[in-house]
Write a protein that binds this ligand. Sequence first.
Ligand code: SAH
Length: 335
Amino acid sequence: MDRELLERTLAELGQPSYRARQVWEHACAGAGSYEEMSSLPKSLRTELAGRVPFSTLSLEQQLEASDGTVKALFRTFDGHPIESVLMRYRDGRRSVCISTQSGCPLQCAFCASGQMGFKRDLTAWEIFDQALHFRQVDQVNHGALMGMGEPLMNLTAVLTAVRALPDLGIGHRHTSVSTAGWVPGIDKLATEGLPVRLALSLHAPDDELRRTLMPVTARFPIAEVIAACERFYALRRRKVLVEYLMLAGVNDRPEQARALVRLLDPGRFKLNLIPYNETGAGRGAFRGSSRAVIYSFRQALAKSGLEATVRVARGREIDAACGQLAGTAGTASRT
Ligand code: SAH
């Protein structure tokens, strides 16, 4: 729901000033339509339905995996696909993974989102509405701007959306913004004063290898990206989460673990090792590291004092896991 359009429209209709907040609160509490907002006059509900689309996105398909993960495929008003995921955990965590662009300009070799090309930046309300949609499915309490796209290349819209997420129950401390290493965006985010977590997709300890996996390295070499993350830490005092995809024979050797230890100060960074999820990207060029290799890599890091967790893949059977969002929906049954 475009909040600015809502406010403008209610003002034009001569409604009292509390109305916009009232409608917004209903929507954020999980209402599915204006019709359900029984505290509004009937005529106003009809008027709003005609003038302010309840969502800026239309839901095209929704799939649910056996682990409770839900993936939604939406279309923007101008026909671009975007995907978003709700992950549900036994401890009550409800995490939404949302997209910030349709497609992605950065073309990482292992990621399906880059393969579909770049369509456009999403607006703030298109970003927010993905989370709002899942609020109609379940409670939500964690947010990850880790779906399709590079959030820090669309930062103004991302910030407006992030500022609205607490209305859905997603506080800033439970919100993560993930970047492929877009340095000016890291610095801008650091000065915004929001206590969100910054996540950095690193995936290689040296520029030569990283350039082959992530072309953005040619523009922003690792040393510059790490320096920007250190500035972020200095201002925000929140450890940066480094995401590291484990690719067999590519970046999972013991000497690469040692190189990571030299690069990352454990006081400022923590590491999340990500098992590779199959995608069409790279035409099958990549295989994920085995569990044994992932765990010995982790041990090598731990020995040097660098804390690392291993990400548990969710929703693989419906292509909802990291790197699998490509706007093509899936073949599993609809929910
Ligand atoms: N552009 C941002 C956010 C989107 S990607 C970024 O690069 O961080 C979200 C995460 O999924 C990134 O860490 C990305 O590297 C990871 N990812 C991409 N493809 C993947 C794959 N095939 N398997 C597992 N993780 C993948």
